[in-house]
Write a protein that binds this ligand. Structure first.
Ligand SMILES: Cc1ncc(C[n+]2csc(CCOP(=O)(O)OP(=O)(O)O)c2C)c(N)n1
Ligand SMILES: [Mg+2]
Length: 561
């Protein structure tokens, strides 16, 4: 314990405890329920970003958690603020992102009466957080904040919600600040690593899949060295692309939405799958079809920091309860088999990845999103951070863009729309000197497009791309498959997104032809302002390899058969 024994308000103790835990940024929408905290933030060394909607604030905190591995922090007001923020809490839960949301609460003496904006946080958030609590005793702020950091980062990381009764925040207490938290790393045992070595020695077609969170750049480097020594093919799980350099000769590709069919065949043919960090959930497992449940036919080695995830869906042949950091370190001890049987498989897998991603596919319409991704991949700095939400437009990111540095892709595995704008704000606050892109669909963007105002407020020259096809394209695609020709509630009449940018005080430009994109991008950069590049996309260009009419015709033909 340290810090002097002077009296402070509980709100001041809370903010000091955050600073002691290394928190540099908080994101908030103000509320009268936590005025004491806003006052404590006034003269403390912590960067505050005031947002336009709590969903955006919570997504910004999630983005910080994704980028740094340490809890991102947001503050929101009770009832309506908390419910708005729920979108970000759910993302952090599904994505295993460490984050902490502090939320105001009514005074303790009126609690339970259904007082103004009162809400029962454990009841509301209990099913999507690692821990939800309320601090009733001002002297326990350091203890409970410390526990919040441990709960958000331990095992499988996730969100924590902490309720703060307004009268508790006003109380003066003389309490010390607790020491900073240290994330707890589980390590693999020698016996498990020996069994892994043995399994590799007997394998003919092994494959490693990297996913989940708790990674560091060093851990990724160590896995890369291991893959190199064993010439092991490595795939990345859905939206965990930056865990492995896609141009490394061992890279086999991305297991996400619209994956390379050849990669799917390779996973199905593997006799040993080393699933490191992730859960191989619904999306990367292609609707739970890649491995048999509960007992996969291949030998499955599942490495995960949380015991409750091991054996939850798949029965692993070898379960290793370890975070990626310690597991990656331990990989150094594994000897390469004398004769590496899978050399050619690895080379072929990488060649298939390159073939699948190298050049944009032909598309209807003036703007080819694949060509836009290829241009950005070839022309932007390698440490560019790309943020996005959900929609079919993201298929072109996954397929054609390349993430060659750690934590350069910030996007929800929960495929929550509206994430691309707020997360880009958080990334530009965190890394003012790096290029930050926010890539959005037209439906997606307007879910949190108001955070463009936050980018303007803090002079954050983010380049925002809005892929405007005039529809909720993903749902239209499903509609054409299942109810061909019956377009229901998926058309959108959109604003002029470049005028939207200018109305907010930013730079806006509309692009109608692929060849105009580079100049538009450079003009957006040169403006030095937050910018929106409005891309007009032909609605027929629904995926990199299919048109809407093609999907409709196939569905109608299937009905006639
Ligand atoms: C918050 C949220 N609401 C609804 C959905 C369901 N959904 C998934 S994709 C999609 C449409 C996305 O449309 P748009 O952003 O325009 O991208 P497009 O598919 O047209 O490229 C919808 C409604 C979702 N994933 N998240
Ligand atoms: Mg759209």
């Amino acid at each position: 314990m340290h810090a002097p024994l002077t009296t402070r308000t509980a709100a001041e103790v809370l903010v000091d405890q955050l600073i002691a835990n290394g928190v540099e940024h908080v994101f908030c929408v103000p509320g009268e329920s936590y005025l004491g905290v806003l006052d404590a933030l006034y003269d403390r060394d912590i960067t505050v970003t005031v947002c336009r909607q709590e969903g955006g604030a919570a997504m910004m905190a999630d983005a910080i958690g994704k980028a740094t591995g340490k809890p991102g922090v947001c503050f929101v007001t009770r009832g309506p603020g908390a419910t708005n923020a729920a979108a970000g809490i759910h993302i952090a839960d599904q994505d295993s992102t460490p984050m902490i949301m502090f939320v105001g609460q009514v005074d303790r003496h009126v609690r339970g009466r259904g007082a103004f904006q009162e809400m029962d946080y454990p009841a509301v958030f209990g099913s999507m957080t690692r821990w939800t609590t309320e601090i009733d005793d001002a002297t326990r702020v350091p203890e409970l904040v410390s526990r919040a950091f441990h709960a958000a980062t331990g095992g499988r990381p996730g969100p924590v919600v902490v309720g703060l009764p307004a009268d508790m925040l006003r109380e003066r207490v003389s309490t010390d600040i607790a020491p900073p938290f240290e994330p707890i790393e589980a390590s693999p045992g020698k016996a498990e690593m020996a069994r892994l070595e043995d399994l590799l020695g007997k394998a003919e077609r092994p494959l490693m899949i990297l996913g989940g969170t708790r990674w560091t750049e060093d851990a990724c480097d160590a896995v890369t060295r291991f893959a190199e020594r064993l010439h092991l093919p490595v795939a990345t799980s859905y939206r965990r692309l930056p865990l492995f350099d896609p141009l490394h000769p061992c890279y086999a590709g991305d297991l996400g939405l619209g994956p390379n069919p050849k990669l799917i065949a390779r996973v199905k043919a593997a006799d040993l799958v080393i699933l490191c960090g992730g859960r191989l959930g619904d999306i990367p497992s292609q609707g739970y079809t890649l491995l048999d449940i509960p007992g996969p036919r291949c030998k499955l080695v599942h490495v995960h920091p949380a015991s409750e995830e091991l054996g939850r869906v798949y029965q692993p042949h070898l379960a290793i309860q370890s975070g990626p950091v310690r597991f990656a370190e331990a990989l150094e001890s594994i000897a390469a088999p004398g004769d590496i049987a899978w050399r050619e498989v690895t080379d072929a897998s990488h060649a298939e990845y390159l073939d699948w991603t190298e050049t944009a596919t032909d598309q209807p319409g003036g703007v080819n999103l694949g060509a836009v991704m290829v241009w950005m991949r070839d022309n932007l700095p390698v440490d560019t951070i790309l943020c996005n939400g959900a929609g079919n437009y993201a298929a072109w990111i996954h397929r054609f863009y390349r993430f060659r540095r750690f934590a350069t892709h910030i996007a929800p595995t929960s495929a929550s729309m509206g994430y691309g704008m707020p997360s880009a704000v958080a990334m530009k606050r965190l890394h003012p000197d790096r290029t930050v892109l926010s890539v959005n669909g037209d439906g997606d963007f307007l879910m949190n497009g108001q955070e463009f105002a936050t980018a303007v407020q803090y002079d954050l020259p983010i380049i925002t791309i809005v892929c405007d096809n005039g529809m909720y394209g993903t749902i239209r695609m499903h509609q054409e498959r299942e109810h061909p020709g019956r377009v229901s509630a998926t058309d959108l009449r959109n604003p002029d997104f470049s005028a939207y940018a200018r109305a907010f005080g930013g730079f806006g430009v509309t692009v109608e032809r692929t060849e105009d994109f580079p100049a538009a991008f450079r003009a957006a950069e040169d403006s030095g302002q937050p910018a929106i590049i409005h891309l007009r996309i032909d609605p027929q260009a629904i995926t990199p390899s299919a048109t809407l009419d093609g999907i409709r015709d196939r569905a109608l033909a299937a009905r006639r058969d």
